[in-house]
Design a binder for this molecule. Structure first.
Ligand SMILES: [Cu+2]
Length: 444
């Protein structure tokens, strides 16, 4: 088991680092960076998700033989714009193809959705010329969409509903989660083809009590493999968290044994891409002593790594932790545009999950003090005679908890992560306590 995990992880890591393949020809030198001398034969390695080498020089006007091997776990192919090239190759499979003759330089790529954008592009350069340096893996794709943080949403825009309902009385929870691609607006005027659970990112929040049984059917309605990993469960990774192909489904059953605010996510390699492109959500298992409050909300913090408009997120940015935005519940500054309404003096509980994939959260609400904080299965603070207060719930990626508080007077109260560089990048919302003048959300 451990060996299998290490082997898979090794394969994932090696996918990004492998520098083994080389172009070759009769008596022609080759190198890991691709030969600058024209060849008629080339050996290409595909991995999860990269192409090695990134560039080859081919002889003008001659047929070129490509020996293509998929060293990854995922399916990949290598095709030209007209779709000629290899068939879809499973992990470990290889195919030798003949293409050309080439008169002008061109590109080949993997046609699995998202993989080209993630950098699986091979430059086919005609002639003995210097290797083109262009490589999506070495920086952001110039075609990536841009978020304008000064822009406001369209009038018909609706925020992600942050309200949380109480855990159902039943002790069994049955639900179906559909893994699917969905074009979703993530910032005013910016849409992305997210990979989602049930068409939304974050996915649906699951809630129950210790001892409850969850039976989740994962249905893969997408175009690439997906899986699900519930941090709230104790199950065998290779059985329950296995990847399933498009059209397949699996039943993932677990008993909630521990209270907490848990992450769930797709774990299919590269997990960074699947989480970074929207496949995450929260499971809340109530601690036994949870007191009634006037309002409960859930806020899932995550990063956006924007790819081209209506295409999947940019894996190269994810790999270099170069996020475009940090958001609560999947949309830039959405509760600034549409504040969360409560009344002064009402007791409020906010569940917070840091879905990452890579950034932490210093969850803070300007203008109030938390008298209760719960993090990773335990209360850090509860009201008592010592009158302690808290200003931040600090969470690393995949950590969760909740805070309780009330607002002393009518007004607006910003929701932020106190890592302030991220506030200007979308990690900003507002609570509105009572009636407020002037109208909120105009500026902050
Ligand atoms: Cu996935």
């Amino acid at each position: 088991m451990v060996v299998a995990i290490v082997a898979l992880c090794g394969a994932i890591v090696a996918g990004g680092l492998s520098l083994v393949a080389a172009a070759r020809d009769t008596g022609v030198a080759s190198s890991s960076a691709g030969s600058s001398v024209a060849v008629t034969q080339a050996k290409i390695e595909l991995a999860d998700v990269s192409v090695v080498p990134r560039s080859i020089n081919v002889a003008k006007g001659k047929k070129i033989t490509f020996e293509v091997v998929n060293k990854g776990v995922l399916d990949h192919d290598l095709v030209l714009a007209d779709r000629s090239g290899t068939k879809m190759l499973g992990g470990g499979k290889k195919q030798t193809i003949e293409l050309g003759p080439f008169d002008t330089s061109t590109k080949m790529w993997c046609s699995v959705p998202g993989h080209k954008e993630a950098g699986m592009v091979l430059d086919v350069v005609v002639g003995d010329r210097a290797v083109a340096a262009a490589s999506a893996a070495n920086g952001a794709n110039p075609d990536d969409a841009t978020i304008d943080f000064a822009k406001t949403p369209a009038p018909n825009w609706k925020p992600f509903d942050p309200r949380l309902v109480a855990a159902p009385g039943a002790t069994e929870h049955k639900l179906i989660l559909h893994a699917r691609e969905s074009v979703v607006e993530v910032a005013p005027g910016v849409t992305q083809q997210l990979w989602t659970f049930n068409g939304q990112a974050p996915g649906p929040t699951l809630r129950g009590h210790i001892g409850d049984l969850f039976t989740v059917t994962l249905v893969n309605d997408g175009k690439v493999d997906h899986s699900i990993d519930f941090h709230a469960s104790r199950v065998a990774w290779n059985v329950h968290m296995r990847s399933i192909k498009p059209g397949e489904s699996l039943v993932y059953q677990f008993k909630a044994e521990f209270a907490g605010v848990w992450m769930y996510h797709c774990g299919t390699a590269p997990a960074l891409h699947h989480i970074g492109n929207g496949m995450f959500g929260a499971v809340i298992i109530d601690p036994p002593d949870l007191a009634p409050v006037a309002h409960e909300f859930v806020l899932v913090q995550s990063e956006l790594y924007v790819g081209p408009m209506s295409e999947p997120g940019d894996l190269a940015k994810m790999q270099s932790e170069d996020w475009d935005a940090v958001v609560f519940n999947g949309y830039v500054s959405q509760y600034k545009f549409k504040p969360i309404r409560v009344e002064p003096g009402e007791r409020v509980r906010v569940f917070v999950l840091d879905a990452g994939p890579s950034e932490n959260s210093a969850f803070h609400i300007v203008g109030t003090i938390f008298d209760t904080t719960f993090k990773e299965g335990t209360y850090l603070l509860q009201p008592d005679v010592r009158n302690g207060g808290a200003q931040v719930l600090d969470l690393q990626p995949a950590q969760g908890g909740f805070v309780e508080f009330s607002f002393a007077e009518a007004g607006l109260y910003p929701i932020v992560t106190h890592k302030f560089a991220n506030v200007g990048k979308g990690a900003l919302g507002l609570f509105q306590a009572g009636e407020v003048e002037p109208a909120p959300g105009a500026s902050h």
